[in-house]
Design a protein. Structure first.
Lengths: 290, 331
């Protein structure tokens, strides 16, 4: 049963898909780390980004790996505007209201996609979708490998941004001590919006990396975002290394439980981890505070 | 008991509606609106009075609906017993969920997340498990009669759901005036301060969760009897979780009549949208989502809370604080 010829490819594929999960989770954990709220619109924005990647290929003929350089900035602006002009003003500074507003946005975006494009599932055809490379023990799909390295490149770029730039320092200051940052002359509203924009841009990049091998429909983001919630909870809310490691772990668990339990129950395995971690150690594996 | 007079008046007026209105379309509209009001009233006890915002109240609605339907169709159990069992099962689920989450100290974002995840897990299980009919769903066989809880006349269903709403209104009113209700509001406004004053916050939240689950489940059981069909998307879907919180928020969070007023507005908006744009998938939810954002933005107290606040500003009488008047911070 447990032959390494099945197990190793499953683990490797889990790691590859886990890297894409990491991108989605990174956006979520970044927003949580600074704004201290869970962005319930994350999944709907991912669905929207997948549709955007789909139509840039179909209508503009843009390869997803090219479209990413267009869509990431566009989604940054969308995220910035959402936080600055809707979520911020609408929630009057109350956390519970902020949660409800992101939920409201999620419901609007998801159902607007359903209304516009119906529930049909769509895919694109790129020539390299089924090309593989020989990794020694197994063959790996090229789009997955590209996704893996791109995800780490983005994580590295984010780390660079947070560590060495002024806006990165401002974001970290606001995350640590909002009032103090405000007193030091930091525009907190702007920092919140930039953070939300960065989180949304992560989602757009993930969408472009996913679309060559994945499908898109109005509810596709839901599955990812629940996985991303699990990762973020597992790694500790607001922790970037936690999100990366949690994502790889969840990718492997999903791949293995899919292997042993079948496709539809594979997801249940993730939720069980999620609920158990929330109940037993809500601060996550790497989080310091509950 | 003076405080129950407004409820009696509202119920009496609503109970007379079927004598004046004979249109099945109108009655159907009101039946569904009252059902949504009941879902919202359940959410209101935990979310409105207790400040614990659940994003997955579908877990209770769906459990009520499925238990009622499955007990009747698979085990031949009497519909009324099934109804009671559905409510009890959801209350038990609420107790389990409450013990687990409150004991782990999950609040704010985390509580919303864990409730959402529970509803989603239940939806996935219901969509594959054989006992729920998996993807096909569970159909209750048409068999009119009092014993089977199925009626030809919409008016009878209307009075039943009105009676359930009446019970929920009285329950809410009694809670609001009780020591338990005061504790609950204290936990909402500042949990740590309430604990410091000797309120057993976890126990108070747990009780609110159980009552909340039972009320919302009653609406689910009613749904099963009224439409005679349940599937995983209906029972555990986002649509019901969203309406559960939308109705009290529109009407007035933490007010007795908020969910009822909110449900009538929500249902009217949904119907108006259908008139304008036809019965397109997703349209009603687009409007609900937008209304949710707009109400929080421009009328955070909801309709009733806003009116009470306006009256206070005019007369300077005390009104009970609604959650939006306090900036509650959760870590």
């Amino acid at each position: 049963m447990l032959s390494s010829a099945i197990l190793i490819p499953a683990v490797l594929n889990g790691l590859l898909i886990g890297a894409i999960y990491a991108l989605v989770a990174l956006g979520l954990t970044l927003i949580y780390g600074v704004l201290h709220i869970i962005n319930f619109a994350h999944g709907a924005l991912l669905s929207a980004a997948l549709f955007a990647a789909f139509f840039s290929f179909r209508l503009l003929g843009l390869d997803p790996y090219v479209a990413v350089f267009l869509l990431a900035p566009i989604f940054f602006v969308i995220g910035y505007a959402l936080q600055r002009f809707i979520i911020g003003p609408a929630s009057h500074g109350d956390d519970r209201n902020m949660l409800l507003v992101t939920l409201g946005i999620a419901v609007v975006v998801e159902n607007a996609l359903l209304y516009l494009f119906r529930a049909d599932t769509r895919t694109i055809d790129v020539p390299y979708a089924f090309q593989t490379i020989d990794a020694g023990w197994t063959f790996l799909a090229i789009p997955r490998v590209v996704g893996f390295f791109a995800a780490f490149a983005v994580a590295l770029a984010l780390w660079f941004l947070m560590t060495f730039t002024d806006i990165g320092r401002a974001i970290r200051a606001v995350a640590k001590e909002k009032l103090g940052a405000q007193l030091a002359g930091i525009d907190v509203g702007h920092v919140y919006a930039v953070t939300f924009g960065l989180g949304t841009a992560c989602v757009a990049i993930a969408a472009c990396l996913l679309i060559p091998t994945y499908y898109v429909n109005p509810h596709v983001g839901d599955a990812f975002v629940l996985v991303a919630f699990t990762i973020v909870v597992l790694g500790g809310m607001g922790s970037v290394p936690g999100a990366l490691i949690g994502a790889l772990l969840v990718g492997v668990v999903e791949s293995l439980s899919g292997l042993f339990l079948g496709e539809s129950l594979g997801q249940i395995g993730i939720f069980l981890i999620f609920i158990v971690v929330l109940l037993v150690r809500p601060s996550g594996l790497f989080g310091a505070r509950a | 008991m003076k405080s129950l007079i407004p409820i009696a008046v509202v119920l009496a007026i609503l109970a007379a509606v079927p004598f004046a209105v004979h249109s099945n379309v109108t009655l159907n509209f009101l039946v569904v609106a009252l059902m949504i009001a009941l879902v919202g009233q359940g959410w209101n006890i935990l979310g409105g009075y207790g400040g614990q915002y659940s994003f997955g109240h579908a877990a209770f609605f769906g459990t009520g609906a499925y238990v009622t339907a499955i007990l009747q169709m698979r085990y031949g159990i009497n519909a009324w017993v099934g109804f009671a069992a559905g409510i009890s099962a959801a209350a038990a689920l609420g107790a389990i969920l409450g013990v687990l989450t409150f004991r782990s100290g999950l609040r704010g974002s985390y509580f919303a997340l864990v409730t959402l995840a529970f509803a989603e897990v239940l939806r996935i299980i219901a969509s594959v498990a054989p006992i729920t009919g998996a993807g096909v769903g569970t159909l209750i066989k048409l068999d009119l009669g009092i014993r089977t809880f199925q009626f030809q006349s919409r008016a009878v269903f209307y009075w039943i759901i009105l009676a359930l709403v009446g019970v929920s209104l009285v329950t809410t009113q009694l809670i609001e005036r009780s020591r338990f209700g005061v504790w609950l509001v204290a936990v909402r406004e500042n949990e740590d301060a309430a604990k410091a004053l000797g309120v057993d916050a976890n126990k108070v939240k747990l009780m609110a969760m159980v009552i909340s689950a039972a009320i919302t489940a009653a609406a689910g059981c009613f749904y099963a009897q009224y439409f005679l069909f349940v599937d995983s998307g209906i029972a555990y879907g986002t649509w019901i979780s969203v309406q559960a919180l939308l109705t009290p928020i529109i009407g007035g969070v933490g007010t007795v009549f908020g969910p009822l007023v909110g449900a009538l507005i929500v249902k009217s908006l949904g119907e108006a949208a259908k008139l304008v744009a036809g019965d397109a998938p997703g349209l009603d939810l687009i409007i609900y989502g937008a209304v949710l954002v707009l109400v929080i933005w421009f009328a955070p107290r909801g309709l009733i809370g806003g009116l009470a606040h306006a009256r206070m500003l005019l007369t300077r009488h005390d009104v009970p604080a609604t959650s939006s008047t306090q900036e509650a911070r959760h870590g």
